[in-house]
Design a protein around this ligand. Structure first.
Ligand code: FAD
Ligand code: NAD
Length: 462
């Protein structure tokens, strides 16, 4: 078997691994990156962020063409769905971005190895694939990501009872779609298929949607989803699922059965570490299987690091990338850092849900004194022009210093608006800084300014 020497070997070419590989190459390291899938880009590009956003956008267009244009005085004839074309567009976008990562690897001289990597001892990685090879490097970065978590009693068959991967490519619109879990995947993919015509029921163990988000804002978003016709069963623990003839049956503990045509299991994701050789190397994982790292992403084995979904925390592409960059910058320069308070989180439903920093519940629990300012989109001229007036912006600022500690948004395009608040948190801005900043009129961002004014009880338009 050929043996190749590198300064850094990255395992996994998702947003954690491929961004780390490129940054390390920019810093002058000789980098190899191993990926078991033919397509680079990881879960995010292949079966996650990008295809789901493509379908969310297309399904929103379809829904608007059906129900949202007459109010603008635009008459359209019969609107019909070409699901094959919609899926083709999604696949085209994915292919384009996958090729983009390959191009970036070439440009930055990151050597790409196709195959499955396994740690073969200190500083050694064995790659099994079309061209088996052993890679030797003083630094190894594990960025193998995650896979859909299973549920006891629920056997995913990939056809009727599925994970997000298959729900991104249903061959036809399910009549009745049962979604297990009211997290980001359940709500985003539930929204896609509801807009395309499915009757969607979301079955959730807890008494709320989006459990990590601010409670008040999650209730606000829930009301919008219910108005759109999504049905929710809360406090409902799914204990089993099976296919029964032409139907799927969900068993809900102490409640009975719900029937549908397809089931999407969206109960979280688990670290992808199988076959990596962690046990043989004595590399420590926590009890849920996530790789344990210190604040510099070093594992318990010297020279081996880990970032992204495989180390747990928020399972977000940009969080994985930030960690990858910080990790290799520290290897190459001695310095690298991630500010976890300034990692935004977005759910791309309609309305969108976005947040950064602490929730109200977290501040209360930590006994941090805070002031709160909220402002609703219904008072925004731009939101009215868009015809998207549901939702609000809520800012939480320290009661003594006025420093912004958290920002929570539900409404149109808040996925973009949240960036202003991420900058504010990153720079230690106060609510007064935001309130005194001129925002263009008429824009949705004026709602952020008004929420900042509201922290001091002086919103102008509300
Ligand atoms: P991954 O992207 O999972 O990449 C890991 C890579 O490692 C994979 O390509 C895998 O094939 C490879 N690999 C694994 N084991 C080996 C091995 N032994 N040898 C070689 N290669 C290996 N996040 C957001 O921020 N925004 C979103 O809008 C968003 N939407 C999502 C929608 C869906 C449907 C899903 C499922 C996820 C979504 N996420 C989103 C989450 C996001 O995809 C992940 O947080 C992100 O991909 C994690 O990046 P990663 O690099 O840690 O791992
Ligand atoms: P999640 O952890 O966000 O939500 C899972 C939900 O399932 C929880 O609300 C949980 O209470 C519920 N649940 C668990 N067991 C249950 C049971 N037996 N019966 C009923 N309900 C049950 O997980 P997800 O939605 O699968 O997403 C996985 C990861 O992917 C998340 O970490 C998320 O951050 C990431 N993701 C992010 C985005 C985005 O950023 N827009 C989009 C999709 C996925």
């Amino acid at each position: 078997m050929a043996v190749v020497q590198h300064q850094l070997v990255v395992i996994g070419a998702g947003p954690g691994g491929y961004v780390a590989a490129i940054r390390a190459a920019q810093l002058g390291l000789d980098v190899g990156c191993v990926e078991s899938e033919e397509a680079l880009g990881g879960t995010c590009l292949r079966v996650g962020c990008i295809p789901s956003k493509a379908l969310l956008e297309s399904s929103e267009r379809y829904s608007e063409a059906q129900h949202g244009l007459s109010v603008h005085g635009v008459r359209v004839g019969d609107v019909s769905l070409d699901l094959t074309a919609m899926m083709r567009r999604k696949t085209g976008i994915v292919t384009q971005f996958v090729k983009g990562v390959a191009w970036l690897f070439k440009k930055n001289q990151v050597k790409h190895y196709r195959g499955t990597a396994r740690l073969a001892g200190a500083g050694r990685v064995r790659v099994e694939g079309p061209n088996p090879v052993e890679l030797v490097a003083p630094h190894i970065l594990i960025a193998t990501g995650s896979r859909p978590a299973g549920l006891p009693g629920v056997e995913v068959d990939g056809s009727r009872i599925v994970t997000s991967t298959e729900a991104l490519a249903f061959p036809e619109v399910p009549g009745r779609l049962l979604v297990i879990g009211a997290g980001a995947i359940g709500l985003e993919l539930g929204s896609v298929w509801r807009r395309l015509g499915s009757a969607v029921t979301v079955v959730e163990y807890l008494d709320r949607i989006l459990p990590t988000m601010d409670g008040e804002m999650s209730r606000l978003a829930l009301r919008s989803f219910q108005r759109q016709g999504m049905t929710f069963e809360f406090g409902a623990r799914v204990s089993g699922a099976r296919v029964d003839g032409e139907e799927c049956v969900l068993e809900i503990a102490e409640r009975g059965e719900v029937r549908g045509d397809r089931v999407l299991v969206a109960v979280g994701r688990a670290p992808a570490t199988a076959g990596l050789g962690l046990e043989e190397l004595g590399l420590a994982c926590d009890r849920r299987g996530y790789i344990q790292v210190d604040e510099h992403f070093a594992t318990s084995v010297p020279g081996v690091y880990a970032v992204g979904d495989v180390i747990g925390g928020a399972m977000l592409a940009h969080k994985a990338s930030e960690e990858g960059v910080a990790c290799v910058e520290r290897i190459a320069t001695g310095y690298g850092h991630v500010n976890y308070d300034a990692i935004p989180s977005v759910v791309y439903t309609e309305p969108e849900v976005a947040s950064v920093g602490k929730t109200e519940e977290q501040l209360v629990e930590a006994a941090v004194p805070f002031r709160k300012g909220s402002f609703a989109f219904k008072a925004s001229g731009r939101a009215a022009a868009l015809g998207q007036t549901e939702g609000a912006v809520k800012l939480l600022a320290h009661a003594d210093t006025d420093r912004i500690l958290g920002a929570h948004l539900v409404g149109p395009r808040v996925s973009e608006l949240v960036s202003e608040l991420v900058v504010a948190v990153e720079c230690g801005a106060s609510s007064e800084d935001l309130a005194r900043t001129c925002h263009a009129h008429p824009t949705l961002s004026e709602v952020v300014k008004e929420a900042a004014l509201a922290v001091d009880g002086r919103a102008v338009h509300g």
